[in-house]
Design a protein around this ligand. Structure first.
Ligand SMILES: *[C@@H]1O[C@H](CO)[C@@H](O)[C@H](O)[C@H]1NC(C)=O
Ligand SMILES: *[C@@H]1O[C@H](CO)[C@@H](O)[C@H](O)[C@H]1NC(C)=O
Length: 291
């Protein structure tokens, strides 16, 4: 299981290559802010404002934002693969590039029909990850669109599901934990075969008889975030954050409902790296200072 987690994002960037959307009839909204980044044959644009990422035996697929961002509030609405989704992984994440990259992940781990999806989140700072947390959800994520968000400021990252905080990663540079505040990140989404590790620790494999596996997306509006695609723009975002002048959460530490976060942890958390003593003999520094 650990091995699977470690391999995950080493392999994925290899899949993502630049692609021009060319002749496809896509919504203006998508084209304005995003581009197909992997396997255009498996990206289906629906009329209106939504699209589908398809996984079949030939390939998964993915898209990425055109801009990169440094702080702000970023969200996406997703309806996950219905029915037997065992072995599939639908990922929605922010990432910078390079060996010391920063990354914030939502990974939806499919399951057999009627069995619960698991939402795994992870945080990489300065190239170091290994901070997986897993929750089940309080609704069936395959029935409707739900909103998955990251509110990212210089002080704190809050992960939210339909506005409910599910995870907080605070700036703990004071105790030597690198924080995500210098590298601009793009927004990505993809669907792929994770059946070596994703479902019941890799026991349940993808049943290709049920392919294609389809996740549906909508809401491709510009993120309420600081655009940082050039070094000068990124510096401006850092300065703006320091003086709290970014739209959305921006520089201030986003406040969040601690009671709701506790409710999620108490009722839905199924794994937390902070309490995995077989993996980390003493809990990583940020764990005892999470809020
Ligand atoms: C799938 O369902 C099983 C049985 O309910 C559960 O133990 C597991 O956590 C679920 N999710 C994944 C990703 O394996
Ligand atoms: C996250 O950002 C959204 C959009 O700006 C805002 O409405 C919400 O209150 C923020 N949530 C938190 C926990 O800061």
């Amino acid at each position: 299981m650990k091995m699977g987690w470690a391999c995950l994002f080493l392999a994925l960037p290899l899949c993502l290559s630049a692609f021009s959307t060319g002749t496809l009839a896509v919504t203006a909204n998508f084209n304005e802010n995003f581009e197909v980044s992997w396997a255009p044959t498996n990206v289906k644009f629906l009329g209106g404002e939504s699209l589908q990422l398809v996984l079949d035996q030939s390939t998964g697929s993915g898209f990425a934002s055109k801009e990169s961002y440094l702080f702000g509030d970023i969200d996406m609405q997703i309806k996950l693969v219905p029915g037997d989704s065992a072995g599939t992984v639908t990922a929605y994440y922010l990432s910078s590039e390079g060996a010391k990259h920063d990354e914030l992940d939502f990974e939806f781990l499919g399951n057999a029909s009627g069995q619960p999806y698991v939402l795994q989140t992870n945080v990489f700072s300065a190239g170091v990850g290994g901070r997986e947390q897993r929750i089940t959800l309080w609704f069936d994520p395959t029935q409707d669109f739900h909103t998955y968000s990251v509110n990212w400021s210089a002080k704190r990252v809050v992960f939210l599901v339909d506005g409910v905080p599910i995870r907080v990663f605070s700036n703990n540079e004071a105790v030597g934990v690198p924080y995500l505040r210098q590298q601009a990140m793009r927004v990505y989404s993809s669907i792929w075969n994770g059946d070596s590790w994703a479902t019941q620790g890799g026991l349940l494999k993808i049943n290709w008889a049920n392919a294609p596996f389809v996740a549906t997306y909508r809401n491709f509006g510009a993120a309420n975030a600081c655009r940082a695609s050039t070094p000068a723009a990124a510096s401006a975002c850092v300065r703006a954050a320091a003086s709290n002048h970014i739209s959305g959460t921006g520089g201030a530490a986003p406040s969040f409902d601690r009671n709701k976060l506790q409710w999620v942890k108490k009722n839905f958390m199924v794994y937390d790296y902070c309490t995995d003593s077989a993996r980390y003999r003493s809990a990583p520094a940020e764990c005892t200072r999470e809020l």
